[in-house]
Design a protein around this ligand. Structure first.
Ligand SMILES: C[S@@+](CC[C@H](N)C(=O)[O-])C[C@H]1O[C@@H](n2cnc3c(N)ncnc32)[C@H](O)[C@@H]1O
Length: 328
């Protein structure tokens, strides 16, 4: 315990040390660790790990069984003061009792992957990976401090680029701020692991890969809220329109509701305005109570212009409308 407190005091007095995008002063959460070599690399370079929360989906027993260096990496991390968590599902962060209330400067998931079930190019496999990453973004975006960042390191060639990280992130109001080529040599001791199957402890070919950095954007959230509001209004209007048409269709003698009709009508154009005005005033003056589709009547009005320049007579309209609805 004394050793722990001394280490922590020394660490607090220290200058901050940087390893690529990560500082010893950052609060860092790591998800989906394999053999914990990435966390261990950061901790060793920082000289302490009081700022590191390192986690795996696997239980402790599974981790030490799957990866031959896991036990020693975990011991190092523990000695340097890291918080170690096992059985952490990256898609359920908000429900985790030790994590949901914490806020971090960096939340990192290196090479998220759901396991080797079928070919990587299989749409079903891609969907599963996307669900994992989306679930991670969804939870992690609530765990950021102001100016905090979410980092996902990922291969950038097909089929991995089909995961569309940026799009998944944007659905959680996260915007891409930078995409930096990933070079594992910058993290001494890090060994990327397959993480699944009988070769779980083996590395996978890295090829071209990058660290995608995302930030939460309040503006994106506000834009989304506005978009949703507009969509809601549009849906309400369309429901209103449908209800009006159905009511009119179902009732042969439905009275024309002038005010709501105006509200429901498509925008006036120069061409249709006199028709509509004529129709309404004529029907009003003759006190005809008819149900009709305004668009159809307008069409007929245009077609049946009388030679003297007036529009179709109200008698014609009434007959037309009656005929139409008696057929219904
Ligand atoms: C390809 S391995 C990468 C392991 C490690 N991050 C690395 O860079 O070596 C994919 C990792 O994602 C983890 N994983 C898969 N689904 C997960 C989930 N729902 N929550 C957390 N981790 C998950 C696996 O346990 C596995 O360790």
């Amino acid at each position: 315990m004394r050793e722990y407190l001394e280490l922590k005091r020394d660490r607090d007095d220290d200058e901050d040390k940087w390893v690529e995008h990560y500082s010893s002063k950052h609060q860092i959460l790591l998800l989906g660790e394999g053999d914990f070599s990435f966390s261990c690399s950061l901790a060793t370079c920082f000289g302490s790990a009081f700022n590191i929360y390192a986690s795996s989906l696997d239980s402790y027993d599974a981790v030490v069984r799957k990866y031959k260096k896991a036990r020693s990496n975990l011991e190092t991390l523990k000695r340097l003061g890291a918080f170690l968590l096992h059985g952490v599902d990256a898609t359920k962060l908000q429900r985790h009792p030790d994590l949901h209330f914490r806020r971090f400067d960096r939340v990192i998931f290196n090479f998220p992957h759901t396991g080797f079930h079928t070919r990587e190019s299989d749409p079903c496999q891609i969907r599963k990976h996307k669900e994992l990453v989306f679930g991670f973004f969804h939870g992690a975006c609530h765990m950021l401090k102001d100016h905090g960042e979410i980092h996902v390191t990922q291969k950038t060639k097909a089929p991995f680029c089909h995961w569309k990280l940026e799009e998944l992130a944007s659905r959680c109001f996260l915007v891409l701020i930078q995409c930096v080529a990933f070079d594992k040599r910058n993290f001494p001791g890090y060994e990327n692991k397959r993480g699944d199957g009988f070769r779980c402890d083996q590395p996978f070919l890295l090829g071209e890969c990058s660290t995608f950095k995302f930030k939460f954007s309040l503006a994106a959230k506000e834009l989304y809220a506005e978009k949703m509001k507009r969509r809601e209004v549009k849906e309400r209007e369309s429901k209103c329109h449908q209800a009006f048409s159905t009511r009119a269709m179902n009732n042969k003698h439905a009275r024309v509701e002038y005010s709501s009709m105006h509200h429901e009508l498509p925008r006036y154009t120069k061409r249709t305005k006199p028709h509509r005005a004529f129709l309404i005033s004529t029907l009003k003056s003759h006190q005809k109570h008819v149900a009709f589709s305004v668009k159809t009547v307008e069409y007929k009005l245009v077609k049946h212009r009388s030679p003297n320049g007036l529009y179709a007579s109200v008698e014609f309209l009434t007959e037309f409308i009656k005929g139409k609805y008696e057929k219904c």
